[in-house]
Design a protein around this ligand. Structure first.
Ligand code: DHE
Length: 513
């Protein structure tokens, strides 16, 4: 804090500072980009839910200095240190007005791309099912790569702070991308153009597409809702208030598609429940009314009604989760990060607990067949290890010690290896390549010493593995998946995730779903 104070003082020393008060300062300097209501405009929302990833001195430094490679200017020559600190503190306080973000607000936010023309065939000559979508968070863009030639076919702007896996329609033609500020963008990969975007929430977690590709669920923190959009035109199909049976509201930890069950499954962050929502009247949910607690949006069980909901009660809320390949079970991390919980989706109840400490990152889990048994592996956000779990006995088979805690895992049906990044700590420039049979680390790659290297995705055929150099002047590294040699380096602006169309639409066991 002392260093920060000195720094701000130096920045403002030459200027003649003005004093107003945070509310007036905000209205004068910030509202034009971040919205009079702090809910965002051309700049991101400035509310605690969005800022909680940027606390304390950092926020004041950003206000003083601006943010490189964005349109955010510095205000140190306009506002003095005290005003900047007061403004930062005010921005971290909750909104005073009650938040309304329902169908009217969502519908009014729709922006369609007037220049978009729907082509009858892809506008490029490569394999449309072997494309990669790369999210570049450095300057809020998305690159589309040909998965055979690695040529960059397009680079499109996205909303600020895209998070989570983009979701592809079953034919692989359209992709939906979500930002933490709740914007959902629809992109036509045949046209290499944005179709439209809409703001489905104020602060959102992730999105899921229904099995038939018609519905997109948006899991929100703020407001505490699940927004279901029509994928056709991004219109609102339904907004579900997320509360437990007693009416206590909850944020949504994550929502995923359970394809064989034709449903969305979501974990609630603040109350001990999982919800399953049918997306199709053929959903098993309608035919396996196990506990009699299923209900339609009006409280009645009506099998012809879409989005019928089932509540599964848990002992404690869970965070992100992972499905077994048959979608009969899910395994989630308890919020204290000390346990894994196995839920039987058919029975609708918890059936096992796993001793998984160190905050397992189950959303990044992958599974494969090992010695005739299906296992899943998960990294841990707070411990330098990977856990490998038998999904029949629900026993931990092995803990693989890594050079630091990891975030993401990947493999492919054709690959004998799984790739695990080290995302935290001094060795975050490392990727481990692990043999799926022996569970030994066979190679530790350090392609750019000192740079964060993370998140892997294979191409459709499993021939190449793409790795992010997660830095502002970063890159995508293309590895030969068999020899483990780097064969190509493509410059990118802080590339986070990358997603292969084929692996996603076929729900490859080696990638995230
Ligand atoms: Fe993520 C996926 C939650 C922090 C980058 N992250 C997800 C998903 C969830 C989630 C629920 C699954 C979405 C999906 O694919 O549909 N992430 C969380 C958190 O709770 C956590 C730990 C805290 C938070 O701030 O929300 C968190 N995540 C981060 C980051 O700090 C990362 C590294 C940088 C960033 O962009 O915010 C980050 N998360 C990602 C990425 C994916 C992701 C790149 C997609 C992974 C994939 O391969 O599918």
């Amino acid at each position: 804090m002392i260093r920060f104070t000195v720094f701000i003082s130096l920045l403002v020393a030459a200027a003649a500072p003005l004093r107003a008060g945070p509310v007036l300062d905000y209205a004068t300097h910030c509202a034009v980009c971040h919205g009079a209501d702090r809910l965002g405009g051309t700049g991101p929302a400035l509310i605690p839910e969005a800022l909680n990833r940027l606390r304390g001195a950092d926020l004041a430094v950003v206000i003083a200095q601006g943010r490189a490679a964005t349109q955010m200017p510095g205000f140190a020559n306009i506002l003095d240190e005290e005003a900047i600190v007061a403004l930062a503190a005010w921005l971290e306080s909750p909104l005073e007005a009650e938040l309304d973000w329902g169908e009217a607000e969502i519908t009014a936010s729709l922006e369609t791309n007037a220049g978009y023309v729907r082509p009858d065939a892809p506008v490029f000559s490569g394999d449309p099912l072997n494309l990669f979508v790369v999210v570049e968070t450095g300057d809020s863009h998305l690159s589309v790569l040909d998965g055979d030639s690695f040529e960059r076919l397009a680079r499109l702007p996205t909303p600020y702070a895209v998070h989570g896996g983009p979701k592809f329609t079953p034919d692989g033609r359209h992709v939906f991308v979500m930002s933490r500020d709740g914007w959902v963008q629809k992109i036509d990969l045949w046209a290499l153009e944005e179709v439209a975007r809409v703001r489905a929430g104020i602060n959102s977690r992730n999105i899921a597409l229904s099995k038939d590709g018609r519905w997109l669920a948006v899991a929100n923190y703020l407001p505490t809702t699940l927004t279901i959009l029509s994928t056709e035109d991004l219109s609102v199909a339904r907004i579900l208030d997320v509360t437990d049976a007693g009416g206590t509201p909850s944020r949504v930890s994550a929502v995923y598609q359970a394809a064989p069950r034709a449903s969305f499954v979501l974990a609630l962050k603040d109350v001990p429940e999982i919800w399953e929502i049918a997306t199709d009247s053929e959903a098993p949910l309608f035919t396996s009314l196990v506990h009699g607690d299923e209900q339609g949006s009006d409280g009645a069980v009506r099998t012809e009604e879409l989005f019928v909901r089932r509540r599964i009660k848990l002992r404690a809320p869970i965070e992100d989760f992972f499905f077994t390949m048959d979608y009969a079970h899910l395994i989630g991390a308890s919020r204290d990060g000390e346990r894994g919980v196995v839920v039987d989706l058919i029975e609708g109840r918890e059936i096992a607990e796993l001793p998984l400490g160190g905050m397992p990152h189950l959303g990044s889990g992958i599974s494969w067949e090992r010695h005739g048994r299906r296992v899943l592996a998960t990294p841990h956000l707070r411990e330098p290890m990977l856990s490998v779990i038998d999904t029949g006995s629900w026993q931990v088979v092995q803990e693989i010690v890594m050079e630091g805690p990891g975030f993401f895992l990947r493999s492919h049906e054709t690959s004998p290896y799984l790739w695990a990044d080290v995302f935290f700590g001094p060795n975050r420039d490392v990727i481990h390549v692990i043999d799926k049979e022996s569970l030994e680390i066979v190679r530790t790659l350090r392609p750019v010493p000192g740079a964060t290297v993370a998140h892997v995705e294979f191409d459709r055929h499993g021939r190449h593995a793409l790795v992010s150099v997660w830095e502002d002047d970063g890159a995508i590294l293309v590895y030969d998946a068999a020899s483990l040699e780097e064969v190509r380096r493509i410059p990118m602006r802080k590339p986070s995730g990358k997603y292969n169309v084929w692996n996603k639409i076929t729900f490859s066991e080696g990638t995230s779903h």
